[in-house]
Design a protein around this ligand. Structure first.
Ligand SMILES: Cc1cc2nc3c(=O)[nH]c(=O)nc-3n(C[C@H](O)[C@H](O)[C@H](O)COP(=O)(O)OP(=O)(O)OC[C@H]3O[C@@H](n4cnc5c(N)ncnc54)[C@H](O)[C@@H]3O)c2cc1C
Length: 306
């Protein structure tokens, strides 16, 4: 037995698409009985659901069912005997806190997913962050987007890349970064608390949808403000000053702000900001990126090859 934090997920429960979720749960319950944990399981929920459509005459739902409760986690051999795995419980890691009081609040630059979640966590932990966003609110962005698409007038700071919610606000909200990071389940469950559909917690390709995404962004901003943070739209970070190896203030397009710590979450479209940082002597490390390639064939060629 192992006592790590987490819960058991029963994988690969394949059922016809006419089957109900209850049928998937009862398969999981039988496996939990074989695993010896059924007495301590408090809830069974759908963890993930995907479709196996490889055979057109036998399309299946493939469920993974989470069994949460107070039990010791079984070892790898026992788990594999019932096609199960252990998932992290989505709790946050134990953060290391400093031992000095911050003289002024931390400043977060950018309200894309990175900046919003950084500011949300800081606000939840009582740091009352100041969030700077060069673009406008969701409503201002919707108007700027309309002006650009209908009248071809570009606003350089409020547009499809810049403004509340960052570059993805006008996307259809596919959550494609679920790459096994233990924090993914925290992020997904926080998104549901902010109004995203509950299905994102278990569908294989979680998807929020453009209309809901805008209101989730608004809700996240509202939550930061409710917890004492300030979100300043149409306020561009220009540069910062350091003193004794710490960031002491931030120069913005609307004046200077004192700053206890600085998080730059400016995304990859803010070329002017990166240029300023490089010219100011900031060390910048490029991150890895993926390149995709699409090869198109004529339908007739594919058919003749099969
Ligand atoms: C059209 C489109 C569709 C997409 N669809 C999807 C999708 O469906 N699923 C998916 O997973 N990903 C999608 N992406 C990618 C996704 O949006 C990005 O990976 C994600 O937004 C990156 O988050 P981020 O917080 O790092 O940066 P960003 O979202 O780019 O946010 C950075 C923020 O910082 C602000 N900022 C920049 N410079 C300054 C400054 N000097 N001062 C103040 N504020 C500043 C910007 O205005 C912006 O709001 C899409 C991207 C685009 C453009």
């Amino acid at each position: 037995m192992n006592t790590a934090k987490g819960f058991v997920v029963f994988n690969n429960i394949k059922l016809p698409i006419s089957a109900s979720i209850q049928e998937a749960l009862s398969v999981a319950k039988k496996r939990a009985l074989r695993l010896g944990i059924s007495g301590e399981v408090k809830s069974y929920t759908v963890y993930k659901r995907s479709i196996d459509a490889r055979r057109k005459d036998n399309i299946l739902f493939v469920y993974s069912i989470a069994a949460r409760g107070d039990y010791k986690l079984p070892d790898a051999a026992a788990l594999s005997s019932v096609d199960a795995s252990v998932q992290s419980d989505g709790s946050l890691p134990d953060f290391a806190f400093g031992d000095e009081r911050m003289s002024c609040p931390p400043v977060v630059v950018g309200t894309g997913p990175a900046g919003l979640f950084a500011a949300l966590l800081l606000a939840e932990y009582g740091y009352k962050p100041v969030v700077l966003e060069r673009g406008g609110s969701v409503a201002e962005r919707q108007e700027a987007y309309r002006k650009f698409t209908k009248e071809r007038i570009l606003c350089e700071d409020t547009n499809i890349q810049f403004g509340a919610g960052g570059a993805g606000t006008f996307s259809d909200g596919k959550l494609v970064t679920r790459i096994g990071d233990p924090l993914s389940s925290y992020v997904l469950s926080r998104l549901t608390e902010l109004g995203a559909p509950r299905e994102i917690l278990y569908t294989a390709r979680p998807h929020i949808g453009t209309d809901i995404l805008a209101s989730v962004v608004d809700a996240a901003i509202g939550e930061i403000e409710r917890l004492g943070g300030r979100v300043l739209f149409n306020t561009k970070y220009i540069s910062h000053k350091e003193s004794l190896g710490k960031v002491s203030s931030v120069k913005t397009s609307r004046g200077e702000i004192e700053c206890g710590a600085l998080i730059l979450a400016v995304g990859h479209s803010a070329r002017d900001t990166y240029k300023m940082l490089i010219e100011g002597g900031t060390d910048i490390i490029p991150k890895d990126f993926s390149v995709g390639m699409r090869i198109e064939h004529l339908r007739s060629d594919i058919d003749s090859a099969m």
